[in-house]
Design a protein around this ligand. Structure first.
Ligand code: PLP
Length: 389
């Protein structure tokens, strides 16, 4: 494919997402002295903005790493070799976090789901109630499972832990929900929140975060899993002075300051409402096509992505390849056991109504060209939702 492709590529995968021009320009500024005063001021601005987005008054540490690094940091800073942890396999991302926990030598109790629902707080509460000796040290859940488009009710998980009077820490992956779907680290009683830069925060990949609550901080002083690069201690030691223990990703932090300013200008509540509307419009399109949404629980529908199942015998990967070739649009693949069975429409980050309608038009034309059995009219159905007052 070497012919010029006019116009913008449609990057409608659920991360990395489209990076707004303002953020790209900020990243393109000259690289700073990371020990100088200008950088320290930038780091303090970013820290204040991150606390607003995570909705916490506590520290948020920032790593020059993809989200996977922040998963590891959450585990190695709070746990000991052989500690028992409770995880819920809501989809492929939960599966990867589970595999990491096993490689780190943790003893994982794993609850299964059908990959069409969020984690079940009742099932979590039942496991904790049976754990009378308090051997489970942490509950790890993915807030927005990016492989399925199902959201877990985090306040309900917190309530289940509390109802069982269980001391386990609550660790939550918000990599594809932060700054898109309502989330409150402090008010919801989360101990560690894991996030990444390349989804709702509208940055390129390369930064990831741990928001740290007081119970997790206390646990980190005793935790014995080996850690060096991921150690919160040196990160926290210099934080009030805008200092990092090793070279931070200075240009990405310039971009993050700009993205945080943009989120504040729009208002977090407006950002959440925009994502909820776009999720509703996308599902209206899928329903009009006569196709099935992967998430089977309306209470768990995601505002950041929609998984679309293909009828038996149809290849989702062939459909995605056709749409890329014909319309220059990338859609998310089915992951893990959903490979080739479904595709994912990303509707998060820097996106407006017409970007979404262009996306859905590309899907609808692709369905026709690939001769996937469906009904026309999905774009019209989405327009009706978006045109509502
Ligand atoms: C994208 C994503 C990850 C993986 O993050 P990387 O940046 O690829 O390491 C983990 N969890 C969820 C929920 C995600 O959406």
């Amino acid at each position: 494919m070497n012919a010029r492709r006019p116009g913008r590529h449609f990057l409608q995968i659920p991360g990395p997402t489209n990076v707004p021009d303002r953020v790209l320009h900020a990243i393109a500024l000259p690289t700073l002295d990371h020990r100088g005063p200008e950088f320290a001021a930038l780091a303090l601005t970013v820290q204040a903005g991150l606390r607003r987005v995570f909705q916490t008054s506590g520290p948020v540490v920032t790593y020059p790493a993809s989200g996977t690094g922040a998963w590891e940091a959450a585990l190695v800073n709070t746990l000991n070799p052989g500690d028992r942890v409770l995880m819920v396999r809501t989809g492929q991302f939960a599966t990867l976090w589970h595999a990491m926990a096993q490689r780190l030598g943790l003893d994982v109790v794993l609850l299964e789901t059908d990959w069409r629902h969020g984690a079940d707080p009742v099932a979590i509460g039942a496991v904790l109630a049976d754990d009378r000796e308090g051997r489970i040290r942490a509950v790890c859940v993915v807030h927005n499972e990016t492989s399925t488009g199902c959201v877990t009710d985090i306040p309900a998980v917190r309530a289940a832990i509390d109802a069982a009077r269980h001391p386990a820490l609550l660790l939550v992956d918000t990599i594809s929900s932060l700054a898109s779907i309502p989330y409150r680290h402090e008010a919801w009683g989360v101990d560690v929140t894991v996030a990444g830069s390349q989804k709702g925060l509208m940055l390129p990949p390369g930064l990831s975060f741990n928001a740290i609550g007081p119970k997790a901080l206390a646990a980190s002083e005793r935790a014995r899993l080996p850690r060096s690069f991921w150690d919160w201690g040196p990160m926290l030691a210099g934080m009030e002075r805008g200092n990092f223990p090793y070279t931070p990703a200075t240009n990405l932090l310039r971009g993050l300051a700009e993205a945080l300013a943009m989120l504040q200008e729009e208002g977090l509540e407006a950002v959440f409402a925009r994502h909820a509307r776009h999720g509703a419009a996308t599902r209206a399109a899928v329903e009009a096509w006569g196709l099935e949404v992967q998430c089977a629980d309306p209470a768990a529908y995601s505002g950041t992505l929609t998984g679309v199942q293909l009828p038996e015998g149809q290849s989702a990967d062939a459909l995605r390849a056709l749409i890329l070739a014909r319309f220059d649009m990338s859609l998310g693949a089915g992951l893990g056991r959903l490979a080739d069975r479904m595709f994912r429409i990303g509707h998060l980050g820097d996106i407006n109504d017409l970007t979404l309608l262009g996306t859905l038009a590309g899907v609808e034309m692709g369905l026709a060209l690939a001769q996937v059995p469906h009904r026309p009219g999905g774009v019209n159905a989405a327009m009706a939702v978006l045109a509502e007052a």
